[in-house]
Design a protein around this ligand. Structure first.
Ligand code: NDP
Ligand code: 2IT
Length: 447
């Protein structure tokens, strides 16, 4: 970890002390604090009002029991979370993650990142995150529905269009949002569409929300390539993961003339030199919910079970699976093979050592809180449509997303330059996101 400013070290020490064992949260805080070193002297009013310490402490943390009955009649118990981190800019906003690895430290790291990401979008949304250690893999439709209904039976009292607006994340897609929204509607007897985003198109959803995170990521990466006087045309691209973000990132890369040669899931990765067949991938992952090894069987391409997808040569790498999936070994392999751009589609997929290696090697590197902000930005567009009882065309929603991503890129690049670190998108994103929230917190007083 880089040396922190003397005013920031005690803030970090307090975070470690107050949140023992939550290493992903510590990692996310350290990354932001490192970037804030130059801000402390330039804006002494932040330290005066303990803004940095305050932003590291969630406004509210909710942990609850989620009992549900499996198909054999047995009662299962999971743990539910919602961390309402910061509401200076708007209602808490952020996804729900259902994955067996979920615990408070994961939810807090995601909620913390979400504050600054949401600020960067320029939309009126605060930061929050939630989820459960429930594993949707291998569960029947009926089990997933009963779990979602039980989860919402507690969560409903904490959320609302003006309070807290959840959406999807790992393990939570349109199917789960449907069951969650149905139960919310039933309990409250209100068709309050703006309480959740990522809804289906016939019941309050927005065009392009499904595609938004992946498309937005590629729009952002295209700006990074343009700064190097190049574009996606003819580029070899590696995309890790094969979920919502990965699939639509791959789709936009292909539309812009690049070739996605490799994708993965938690079991392994595939290499398809001629370009991944996305119709086949969508059928496999969105409809049949199968394993990526089946793609290799169907297409007769390479499947590697134990290994690293970052060994596959590429010019652009888009980590779109999960946190800490790209470490210094992966970074070294990418650098050796001549990678030019790494843009994070997942939240915090690159380890601190991996990030340092890429930046030292001069690889253009974009942090998730800037590059994957298109998902939540389009969620805010969904809220906007719900509030005005309107629905836009695909073209209009995509154009708005494109403008927003170009805006975020411009903000990150300009802020990095203003602070004397041209091309440092990590510093640019952290400083710009933080100052936006900090100024609002100052204005709202000691709350
Ligand atoms: P999905 O559940 O649709 O897909 C997740 C993908 O990542 C799957 O291929 C999954 O493989 C893989 N994966 C998940 N956990 C692990 C793990 N522990 N080890 C290895 N592989 C893993 O999720 P999303 O695509 O929605 O999310 C992917 C990332 O993008 C996450 O970091 C999320 O926080 C972030 N993100 C999502 C946004 C959204 O709008 N959905 C917005 C912004 C960021 P398998 O199926 O084998 O588990
Ligand atoms: O990490 C994220 O930004 C998301 N999972 C999307 C959150 C949202 O509210 O759309």
């Amino acid at each position: 970890m880089e040396q922190l400013h003397p005013a920031l070290q005690p803030v970090y020490d307090t975070v470690l002390h107050r949140n023992p064992g939550e290493r992903e949260f510590h990692q996310a805080v350290a990354e932001v604090l490192e970037s804030l070193n130059p801000v402390v002297d330039k804006r002494p009013e932040y330290a005066q009002a303990s803004i940095i310490e305050r932003v590291c402490e969630p406004e509210r943390q909710i942990i609850f029991r989620v009992p549900w009955q499996d198909d054999s009649g047995r009662v299962q118990i999971n743990r539910g979370f919602r961390v309402e981190f910061n509401s200076a800019l708007g209602p808490y906003k952020g996804g729900l993650r259902f994955h067996p690895s979920v615990y408070l430290g994961i939810v807090k790291f995601l909620g913390f990142e979400q504050i600054f990401k949401n600020a960067l979008t320029g939309m009126p949304i605060g930061g929050g995150k939630g989820g459960s250690d429930f594993d949707p893999k291998g569960k029947s439709e009926a089990e997933v529905m009963r779990f979602c209904q039980s989860f919402m039976t507690e969560l409903y009292r904490h959320i609302g269009e003006y309070t807290d607006v959840p959406a999807g994340d790992i393990g939570v897609s349109g199917r789960e949002i449907g069951y969650l929204f149905g139960q919310y509607k039933r309990i409250t007897n209100r068709y309050e569409a703006g309480v959740l985003t990522g809804k289906g198109l016939s019941w309050g959803g927005s065009q392009v929300r499904t595609e938004a995170t992946g498309y937005g990521l590629v729009f952002f990466a295209a700006e990074m390539l343009a700064a190097k006087h190049t574009n996606f045309e003819g580029k070899q691209v590696v995309v890790s993961g094969s979920g919502n973000v990965a699939i639509y990132a791959a789709e936009k890369v292909a539309q812009l003339g690049g070739t996605v040669v490799a994708m993965s899931d938690s079991g392994g990765y595939i290499v398809d030199e001629s370009g991944i067949d996305l119709d086949e991938m969508k059928q496999l992952k969105e409809v049949r919910r199968g394993r990526i090894s089946e793609y290799a069987e169907a297409r007769g391409c390479t499947y590697v079970e134990a290994g690293s997808i970052w060994d596959v040569p590429c010019e652009v790498a888009l980590p779109c699976a999960t946190q800490n999936e790209l470490d210094e070994k992966g970074a070294a392999a990418l650098i050796k093979n001549g990678v030019q751009v790494v843009a994070e589609g997942a939240n915090m997929p690159t380890t601190p050592k991996g990030t340092a290696a890429l930046r030292q090697a001069g690889v253009a590197f974009a942090p998730g809180k800037a590059a994957n902000a298109g998902g939540v930005a389009t969620s805010a567009l969904e809220m906007q449509q719900n509030a005005s009882r309107d629905s836009w065309t695909f073209e209009h929603a995509e154009e708005r997303l494109h403008d927003i991503m170009q805006g975020i890129y411009g903000t990150c690049a300009m802020t990095a330059e203003e602070y004397g670190m041209p091309g440092d998108y990590v510093a640019g994103a952290n400083i710009a996101g933080f100052t936006q929230v900090a100024d609002a917190m100052l204005a709202l007083g000691v709350i």
